[in-house]
Design a protein. Structure first.
Ligand SMILES: [Cu+2]
Length: 291
């Protein structure tokens, strides 16, 4: 989605050509698809809606809707939860798709019902019984069922990110202490032989539970590796815990997700996951460093 946001309003004039031939990585975003015409052109066509322009608009609208599923493939960005690299983010992505699909279906249903109601001749007001059914089913039962299901699902996700303090996982987990600073990240490895720490790079094993203890040296920050886990605040004077588990070795982008001052945008970091067997040599080679 980055293309759309970085283009901004200044890109209106170039947009028609940019949509056809997207440059750089990724695909045209929702923003670009929604802006196939420049505003002036759109306003002109609104002034005199001829039959031809109306049918053209319908074709364009249909084409835009038909393009939406294709955009699913455009979301594999380093900071997208929709490109999951762990069980937790896979669940988050599934939840997102279920909600997006459900919302789309309900919206389409509402549009169809509204169209049928408007076209009805003569118009007929619903009776008292109809209104009651609408209020109870649509206003109480449907929202209650949806919210309860979403709450249960979210609580399960929350639990999956809460590190166990006892049992075999607590013994086998890899531990990292995270300290946020203005504006950089410090990672300490209590299981290393010596006092080891890295700056703006966190090294973890893949396929193994990793328990993080987060705190801050100054103001509130938030630790977030979107492809791997949900975000969690790093608060001065307090220790928050987060459990993560990466599927595969690789590099995963992370950011501070809480505005923390002028340098907030300049505190990205990288989570580097290794094969579990490599961790001993990785820890041995970690050297102290500062940004
Ligand atoms: Cu920050």
């Amino acid at each position: 989605m980055g293309n759309g946001t970085t283009m901004g309003w200044m890109g209106w004039r170039k947009m028609e050509t940019a949509v056809g031939v997207p440059r750089g990585r990724g695909c045209p975003s929702f923003f670009m698809v929604a802006s196939l015409k420049c505003p002036h052109e759109a306003m002109r066509s609104m002034e005199q809606p001829s039959c031809r322009s109306r049918s053209l608009s319908r074709v364009q609208g249909t084409a835009t809707l038909a393009t939406l599923p294709l955009l699913a493939g455009c979301m594999e960005t380093p900071l997208s939860t929709l490109a999951p690299a762990s069980e937790v983010t896979r669940s988050v992505a599934t939840l997102w798709w279920v909600m997006a699909t459900g919302t789309g279906v309900v919206l389409l249903l509402m549009i169809v019902l509204a169209t049928l109601a408007v076209r009805r001749h003569p118009p007929r007001a619903p009776g008292r019984r109809g209104i009651l059914v609408l209020l109870i089913a649509g206003g109480l039962m449907l929202p209650a069922a949806t919210i309860t299901a979403l709450l249960a699902y979210s609580l399960r996700l929350d639990e999956a990110q809460w590190p166990a303090f006892t049992g075999s996982e607590a013994r086998e987990a890899f531990h990292v202490d995270v300290v946020a600073h203005r504006w950089w990240w410090e990672f300490r490895y209590p299981q290393a032989d010596a006092e080891a720490r890295t700056v703006n790079e966190i090294h973890v094993p893949a396929g193994v539970p990793v328990h993080l203890r987060l705190t801050s040296a100054d103001v509130i920050h938030a630790f977030w590796v979107p492809r791997v886990a949900g975000k969690l605040d790093a608060v001065p004077g307090k220790v928050n815990r987060l459990r993560i588990q990466v599927d595969e070795p690789g590099r995963y982008a992370g950011v501070c997700a809480e505005f923390c001052g002028q340098g907030h945008a300049h505190m990205p970091f990288t989570l580097i996951a290794y094969e579990a067997g490599e961790m001993a040599s990785v820890l041995a080679n970690i050297r102290e460093g500062r940004p």
